[in-house]
Every structure is written in structure tokens, then in C-alpha cells.
Design a protein around this ligand. Structure first.
Ligand SMILES: Cc1ncc(C[n+]2csc(CCOP(=O)(O)OP(=O)(O)O)c2C)c(N)n1
Length: 319
């Protein structure tokens, strides 16, 4: 696979943007600038490699830990931050918050706090795309904890029998809240969950964005060529707690440090690009600063934006 320097650079910038977005959120929650807790994807930035083979009009359905994926899909950090702040300038006028950011104009069909439900919803646009011959794919993101939900098995079965252009992306970050995957999942080979429904299923290393990208490219092509759904199981790790403010205590600091030191997706990609001669230490620092500036501006925008008016309480809601 030969990717241009520009494409590789864009991947690094999106990873840095994802990390820069989630990093200041702890303080913002503790200062009550953000009125609810949020789930950070720090450590899981390799997973955004799944976004790059997609077109703007391909659909994604994400879960509660989705900021990095949404930024990579092209959403505006300012409108995302404003949404998390609960401000009227946010994607959903501040009524959705971190777990429900929705921007159909980017194919971002909604984050969803109901674990695993995305695997059912995703088949709607897949079916539509197949019926109307639109050649669009639809992707559902969910965790290994969510993969124990009944929905997920219904969603996979339906995608398989109707041969839908659906891609299931299971982000195995090893813990569902405080519960380790070894305890909660009956098999550690989570690809079996797709194979059980006759779905081609692959394990990929989430610390290597290019491995993630390459496999996603392949399954996206298969979906566009009417070959039906696929499952990617991404092995990854979250450095922060399940959510901001969690007390921890279910894993050792040593384990977290070990991942940071040996499998950090940004550090690995940085090293790779330096090896290729596409990046220098100075350029990397410049890109990090650029990402931080974008997020500082987004925070300022969110902070200065107004809350929705009380009179808007019942607009843009179903009931
Ligand atoms: C149907 C449902 N059950 C329980 C919860 C509460 N809950 C929220 S996140 C979470 C753990 C999710 O773990 P996982 O799917 O592995 O995703 P991760 O948080 O690790 O990204 C639980 C149990 C929920 N939101 N929805």
C-alpha cells in the first residue's frame, strides 16, 4: 500500500487533533464548564484509521467514546465542543451532549449511549444504499462490552442475510467500565462473533493506524462491491478512566504505563514517519501546537456561546 506524504500527514494531524480534543476535558468537567461527564478516547487514536477509507457521504454510527472518530470524519471541533458544553451553537443545539453528537451532513448519523444499538441502526442506511444502488457503506462502532448485548447479534445476522454494505467495528479496549474483557466475554477471539454469522471477521492491531487503515480499505471495497458485511476487531487500550471522574482501582498504573510506552498509536506512527523521512521532531512539535490551538479556539468558542433559550426546550425533540 502506497500512501502519499499528504495523506499520511493528514492521518497524524487527525490523531493529534483527537488527543488534543479529549485532553482538556477533565479540567472542563471539574470546572463545571461541561455539565456532564464524558468518555475520552485517549490511547485509541489508531482506530480513526477506519475513517480514512470512507467518503463524506458514507454513514457512521458511533457510541459514547467517539470524539476522535467524529473529528476524523470532518466534523468541526468548535461545534463539537459547543455541543459538549451544552451550548446552542453545538451540532445539536446543546441538547445532545458528548454521547449524541449527530451531523448527517458528514454522514455522522448519531452517537448513541445505548450500548450496541448502533449495530441495528446501521443496517437502515445500508439497506437504503443497497436498494437505491448508492454505493455507500455504513459503519457501526462499539466496544467489546457492547458486543455482549443481544442487539449486536441481531444486527450482524440481519446484515449477513441481506448481504448489506455494513461494517462492524468492534473496539476492544480491554475494559467495559471496570470489567475486564477476560471476565466479561466468553471467548477472547472476538472475531468469532462475526464468523458465527458467516461474516468475514478480522483482528487488527489498533496501535498501528496503517494496519487499521489497510484492513478497513479492503472491507470497504468488499462492501461497495456487494460482497456484504465485515467485522473488524481492533485491539486497543484507553489510558483514561471509563469516564471523567471514575475512581479507578481495577487495573494497575504499571499496566497503563506499559501500554503508553510500548503501544501508543501516535508515538508509533510518529516514529514510522520519521523513519520514512516525512517528519522531523520539530515538525511534530509544530503539528502538536497546531492541534492544541484549534482546540483552544474551540473551547473559547464554546465558552462564549449562549445556552439554548428556555423557550427552545421542546424544539428539535421528538416528544
Ligand atoms: C444497554 C446498556 N447497558 C449498560 C449501559 C451502561 N454502560 C455505559 S458504558 C458501559 C461499558 C461499555 O464498555 P464497552 O462497550 O467495552 O465500551 P468502552 O466504554 O470500553 O469504550 C456500560 C456498561 C449502557 N449505556 N447501555
Amino acid at each position: 500500500m502506497k500512501l502519499s506524504k499528504e495523506k499520511l500527514s493528514d492521518m497524524l494531524e487527525k490523531m493529534l487533533l483527537a488527543r488534543a480534543f479529549d485532553t482538556p476535558l477533565d479540567d472542563l468537567v471539574f470546572e463545571s464548564k461541561i455539565p456532564a461527564t464524558v468518555h475520552q478516547c485517549i490511547g485509541q487514536e489508531g482506530n480513526i484509521g477506519t475513517i480514512f477509507p470512507l467518503n463524506k457521504d458514507d454513514y457512521i454510527f458511533t457510541g459514547h467514546r467517539s470524539h476522535g472518530l467524529l473529528l476524523a470524519k470532518g466534523l468541526d471541533p468548535k461545534k463539537m465542543m459547543a455541543e459538549i458544553f451544552g451550548k446552542s451553537t453545538g451540532y445539536n443545539k446543546g441538547k445532545g451532549g458528548s454521547m449524541h453528537i449527530t451531523a448527517p451532513e458528514y454522514g455522522a448519523m448519531g452517537s448513541n449511549g445505548i450500548l450496541g444499538y448502533v449495530t441495528v441502526l446501521v443496517n437502515g442506511p445500508s439497506f437504503y444504499s443497497k436498494l437505491k444502488k448508492l454505493n455507500r457503506v455504513s459503519v457501526a462502532y462499539f466496544g467489546e462490552g457492547a458486543s455482549n448485548q443481544g442487539f449486536v447479534h441481531e444486527g450482524m445476522n440481519l446484515a449477513a442475510i441481506w448481504k448489506l454494505p455494513t461494517i462492524f467495528v468492534l473496539e476492544n479496549n480491554h475494559y467495559a467500565e471496570a470489567t475486564a474483557v477476560e471476565y466479561a466475554c466468553s471467548t477472547q477471539d472476538l472475531a468469532l462473533r462475526g464468523k458465527a454469522y458467516g461474516i468475514p471477521s478480522y483482528n487488527v492491531d489498533g496501535s498501528d493506524i496503517l494496519e487499521v487503515y489497510t484492513k478497513m480499505q479492503e472491507v470497504v471495497e468488499n462492501a461497495r462491491n456487494n460482497k456484504g458485511p465485515s467485522l473488524l476487531v481492533i485491539d486497543c487500550y484507553r489510558y483514561k478512566g471509563h469516564q471523567i471522574g471514575e475512581p479507578g482501582g481495577y487495573r494497575t498504573e504499571e499496566e497503563i504505563q506499559n501500554y503508553r510506552n510500548t503501544k501508543d498509536p501516535i508515538m508509533k506512527f510518529k516514529k514510522y514517519l520519521i523513519g520514512l523521512g516525512y517528519l522531523t521532531e520539530d515538525k511534530y512539535i509544530e503539528l502538536e501546537k497546531k492541534a492544541k490551538k484549534i482546540i483552544d479556539d474551540a473551547i473559547k468558542f464554546a465558552d462564549e456561546s449562549p445556552y439554548p433559550e428556555p423557550s427552545e426546550t421542546y424544539t428539535e425533540v421528538y416528544v
